[in-house]
Design a protein around this ligand. Sequence first.
Ligand code: ZN
Length: 390
Amino acid sequence: MENFEFVSPTHFVFGRGVENEVGAKLAAVGAKRVLVHFGGESARRSGLIDRVSASLDAAGIEHLELGGVRPNPEVTLVREGVRLCKEGDVDWILAVGGGSVIDSAKAIANGACVDCDVWELFETKALDHDVLPIAVVLTIPAAGSEASKNTVISNDELGRKTGYANNAQRPKFAFMNPELTFTLPPFQTAAGLTDMYCHLLERFFDDYGAVPVTDNLNLSLMNTIRAEAPRVLADPENYDARANIMWAGMLCHQGLAGVGRHEDWATHGLEHELSALDPAITHGAGLAVMFPAWMEYVHGENPARFAFYGQAVFGLTPTGDANADALSAIDETRSFFASLGMPTTLAELGVEENDIEKMLPTLAQNKGVPFGSFKKLTLEDAAEIYRLAL
Ligand SMILES: [Zn+2]
């Protein structure tokens, strides 16, 4: 097991109605003035923003609102949030939404505490500044951003989408009510399931040997997602299935499922370029296409690892030929994503062969070259993987 540091400061409040506890919990830690950050008008129409606001009012906490976060959140709205925080003396940020809203809130929380433009942090990866504390009311289980140290922001002007990691931006509170996810459309539920499963794959496949305590946790989360996915898609108001998925999404990405390993993250890099090329591409859908292609391209580095995965998650019987077993495990992975209704080719996402060249320069900027761990990838490798996914 490699040396590691693991920080997890998030106070989880989980279950029915917990969004009504936001005010009391934040007041208890001294919050005075909160920026409530959210996405589309559905958060308001559903009454959720009103319930959260009432909870803050009851606790005597002032609040202002900034809605309009889009999927693949963009730096322009982040800058607006930074301005509101600086001018409005905001001391906490409350994200009401899924990964996009939480990521936007994290960027604002950093930007509010620095003098430079917030995008500079995504370029320099600087860590030597304060970060405003963040609380989350989660409405979309997928990205795991409610407890993770990561944020990913797009910059349309530069045609970039890039990540920034900082333990100080891990949310201090995550309010998680599975009932808030009952009305998620099936595609969004499926894309979320795919994203959380891929957060496990990124950690399971790297150039390090076995780390049983981490690997077994990881594999058990994969099995949980596979078991709960059909239940939640068949019956969207199944509280227990929704609850298991919501908690799993957090566990997949808060860090524990990868401690002591190197982790890979090449495929997330490949996918981020797709969403930068076309912000209409849902992250989970892009991953469903790219992960099997990456697996096909790299499995020869360590077919036994893939064979082990196939046995542990899909119950495949070893044939004595690790390469054949690896290919079976990859087929099963593709079939699992397809069973959720996810796309299997770039063509289904509207991406063509001549788009590949456009993505490579920003991929190099965002990931550095070589990138990945299971196999160190060059830009030629990346182009080959995109081609496999066409
Ligand atoms: Zn992801």
